[in-house]
Write a protein that binds this ligand. Structure first.
Ligand code: PLP
Length: 486
């Protein structure tokens, strides 16, 4: 399996070549040259597999340059009940992403698929844990080193640190805005004592952190010398790892391959639902893929109108589902490439226009950049939006009707799923975090604290290890060089 850029760059690297990288050389995103097809027979034979076995079957199709036995060992090491046991007591950890039927009436079924039972209590662990093991494996083969450098306002940074802690050849340098994350989130990251994890609290806001990462990434000489890599949401291996749980969800919710299901996905950077799109392109019988956004509704706007209009920082709202607070959706280009039938010249032009004009228009109306919006339905996509008030209402509703405390992002998903569920088609909502991570809003909605999984009761009082720094690019470069010794 070879990969190519959505913007048409002539190189066609393999899976291992793009594993540690980010964007393609022309600024595009990598996609496989074709989507592997899963036959009906194969899908049936997957019904009895464990999560780890299923993961290996799917990875084999995408990572053809890694020996099959090694992939099997890597997924067996990653997807263990022990690593995914943070779920509620009523769930079976060995299932890794257990399903729970919330509601069943008049032939309609609403199902929640738990993706947040990993070490940091958010779905990002599903992919990041695998990435940690894949990185270590690849680096050992090349006797290489990798220094992951990034900025976080919450879920991504902690998922990366828990995936990379103690891994040979890997260090993580993670910037976060000093005293701007929740006490729970900073405690999760800062309580890590592993010598290969470096937490840097920047005296500024998240944008300052991101600017520092950009400045360092633009210094190619420094980046090369210090072996700097990233694990942001455009990383192809992360997307592939997410494809697995769509298959798992489908297989668990159905008993034969004639049945269809729909998924609703709380979305920000379009990484999670992009994996659903790929699963569907591979032949998984998915009827609809519903994008759920919060007040930052860039994606909802596109799926309603065909207009993609990115927001300025000042227009990007801080909401109570903060992991979906995006100004543009970094994985969206992968879907646009398929929507445009692989016309990379047009994709390149459209995303150039995003930079120069803040967006593009595929509505087909006079003056638009194309009429492909009419084809969006062929890919199963639909969308909806949820606000803070909706979130509170949905959290209360789930508490009364299902005796279940849901997190704010999952609440956005359930609210939107209800607007799209159809008779005879199970609607699976992806649960993206546990409520303990966003306790402030749980309190506002329910007047009590969210329950904490075992082991997290006193996380805020654990000793913390982090350095405070001014938003100074020269300073962070010195810091990295000093700790890598490179
Ligand atoms: C990252 C995240 C999302 C958004 O996922 P995307 O892949 O960026 O669309 C939703 N919910 C939670 C809890 C997250 O951490």
């Amino acid at each position: 399996m070879r990969y190519h850029s959505t913007r048409g760059h002539p190189s066609t690297p393999g899976f291992s070549d793009i594993l540690l990288g980010g964007l393609a050389p022309d600024g595009g995103l990598y996609l496989p040259e074709h989507y592997p097809h899963v036959s009906e027979h194969e899908l049936s034979s997957w019904r009895g597999l464990t999560y780890a076995e299923l993961a290996a079957e799917i990875l084999k199709k995408f990572a053809s340059d890694i020996p099959v036995a090694d992939l099997e060992a890597l997924t067996a090491k990653t997807y263990t009940a022990q690593a995914y046991c943070n779920g509620r007591v009523d769930q079976d950890a060995s299932q890794i992403t257990p399903l729970r039927t919330l509601e069943q009436s008049e032939g309609r079924q609403l199902i929640l698929q738990s993706l947040s039972n990993g070490p940091t209590l958010a779905f990002k662990d599903m992919a990041m844990q695998l990435l940690g093991n894949l990185f270590e494996y690849t680096l050992q083969k090349q006797s290489g080193e990798l220094n992951i450098f990034g900025a976080t306002s919450g879920d991504t940074g902690s998922a990366a640190e828990y995936a990379m802690r103690g891994k040979r050849g890997i260090r993580v340098f993670m910037l976060s805005p000093h005293q701007k994350m929740s006490a729970f989130q900073s405690a999760q990251m800062f309580s890590l004592q592993d010598p290969n994890i470096f937490n840097i609290a920047v005296e500024g806001v998240f944008d300052d952190c991101q600017d520092m990462v950009k400045a360092v990434s633009n210094d190619l000489a420094f980046k090369e010398k210090q072996k700097i890599g990233t694990v942001n949401s455009i990383n192809w291996a992360r997307v592939v790892a997410q494809v697995i749980y769509y298959f798992r969800g489908y297989l668990s919710a159905t008993s034969n391959n004639q049945q269809q299901v729909s998924f609703t996905v709380p979305s920000g950077n379009f990484g999670n639902i992009c994996a659903g799109h790929i699963a569907r392109m591979m032949g998984l019988p998915i009827r609809k893929l519903i994008v759920a956004t919060n007040e930052n509704d860039v994606l909802h706007e596109f799926f309603q109108t065909g207009v993609y209009r990115v927001r300025k920082s000042a227009e990007t709202l801080h909401t109570s589902s903060p992991s979906m607070d995006i100004s543009k959706a970094s994985n969206f280009e992968r879907f646009v490439f398929d929507l445009l039938d692989g016309d990379s010249a047009r994709v390149a032009a459209l995303f150039k226009k995003v930079e120069t004009h803040g967006g593009f228009n595929l509505s087909g109306r006079a003056g638009s950049d194309g009429d492909e919006f009419a084809k969006v339905g062929n890919f199963g996509f639909g969308s909806g939006k949820s606000t803070h008030q909706d979130r509170l209402k949905t959290i209360r509703d789930a508490d009364t009707r299902y005796r279940l405390t849901i997190d704010t992002h999952t609440a956005d998903g359930i609210k939107v799923a209800r607007e799209h569920w159809e008779p005879q088609i199970p609607m699976i909502v992806l649960e993206t975090a546990l409520p303990a991570k966003f306790n402030e809003t749980i309190r506002e909605a329910l007047g009590r604290d969210a329950e904490r999984p075992a082991g997290f009761e006193h996380i805020e009082s654990l000793p913390q290890r982090f350095d405070v720094m001014a938003p100074d690019v020269a300073e962070i470069k010195r810091y990295i060089a000093q700790h890598t010794g490179l």
